[in-house]
Design a protein around this ligand. Structure first.
Ligand SMILES: [Zn+2]
Length: 315
């Protein structure tokens, strides 16, 4: 190469590198959905987004230093970026959604259910039934936008005990200043469905549609329910908020969280659910496990090890 040509090449190179990358950083994530087959049933986990939670302050039952250590061992800091997952179950004849994310109740990093649901190929009016694990804002906020139902045709169902507690005017009256916001959120989220006769609470353990049944797991809230999806001998147990932090509560299932209505009952339900899922090799799914929040657990020592789902490619 002549001296002039190599000088020009050098200038061109300097220009290219100083101008930055050929494309800007995207600062976005892949569309928030993930699918798996469970026998003949298709399950789509839809992300509502993530929220930073001060886990070391709100987890109870271990000294804070131990919680920090368990988080650090999993390369996590506190506040901890925490997923909010929604499960869409297509049984072949019905489209059932388990929980609805936070809607507008928890700030701008959550409330992404509707765009992610659409990205997954569903429209809100295709949802036949919505089953609520419990009436905390991060599970029910997505029912509404600006006071109007987000799901124009869906029947909404939840355990009667949660309805009796959260939707009662007496609960709102008795609530402390801190609790009032939670109760008001629940009442606002259910209002359009109650008003139009589309809220139908149930009692205890009951099959709701073929392939999906409710199981009472009261404790985190007075009417917390888990939902069991079953097809061709395979089971997926949707835990709702039976647990919150994989890094802490799988090795130490006795650790509770500040938001439990009855922490002793919540702990007992968690211990029972972990024991059964490990024994039966069930699929498990939880609202706050890292997206897509499904996997298996194995009993190990005094606790459990979590095995997140192996990535399933398109077929
Ligand atoms: Zn929650």
């Amino acid at each position: 190469m002549s001296p002039l040509r190599s000088l020009l090449a050098l200038i061109a190179f300097a220009f290219a590198t100083s101008a930055g990358a050929a494309a800007p950083m995207a600062k976005s994530q892949a569309p928030g959905f993930y699918r798996m087959m469970l026998g003949d049933i298709e399950v789509t986990v839809v992300s509502d987004g993530t929220v930073d939670l001060p886990m070391a302050e709100i987890l109870k039952g271990l000294p804070r230093a131990n919680i920090d250590k368990l988080l650090a061992r999993s390369f996590l800091a506190t506040p901890t970026e925490t997923s909010v997952n929604v499960f869409v179950v297509n049984t072949g004849s019905k489209i059932v959604m388990i929980d609805t994310g936070a809607g507008a109740f928890f700030g701008p990093t959550l409330g992404r259910l509707i765009p992610n649901l659409k990205a997954a190929g569903y429209t809100p009016d295709q949802v036949d039934e919505i089953y609520i694990t419990h009436m905390h804002g991060d599970h029910i906020g997505g029912l509404v936008a600006d006071g109007k139902a987000n799901f124009p045709k869906a029947i909404v169902r939840a355990d009667q005990h949660d309805a009796d507690f959260w939707l009662s005017p007496a609960t709102l009256e008795k609530a402390s200043k801190d609790e009032k916001g939670f109760v008001q959120a629940a009442q606002a989220a259910f209002k359009p469905y109650v008003d139009s006769g589309r809220f139908k609470p149930f009692e205890g353990d009951v099959e709701l549609v073929p392939g999906v049944r409710a199981h009472a797991s009261h404790g985190h809230t007075p009417g917390h329910a888990t939902y069991i999806v079953e097809s061709k001998g395979q089971r997926l147990v949707l835990w709702g908020d039976l647990m919150h932090v994989a890094a802490v509560q799988f090795p130490n299932p006795e650790v509770t969280i500040q938001f439990d209505s009855d922490s002793k009952a919540a702990k007992d339900q968690r211990l029972k659910a972990f024991r059964e899922a490990a024994k039966q090799s069930d699929w498990v799914g939880a609202a706050h496990l890292p997206f897509p929040g499904i996997g298996h657990i194995r009993a190990e020592g005094r606790g459990y090890t979590y095995f997140p789902a192996n990535y399933a490619g398109p077929r």
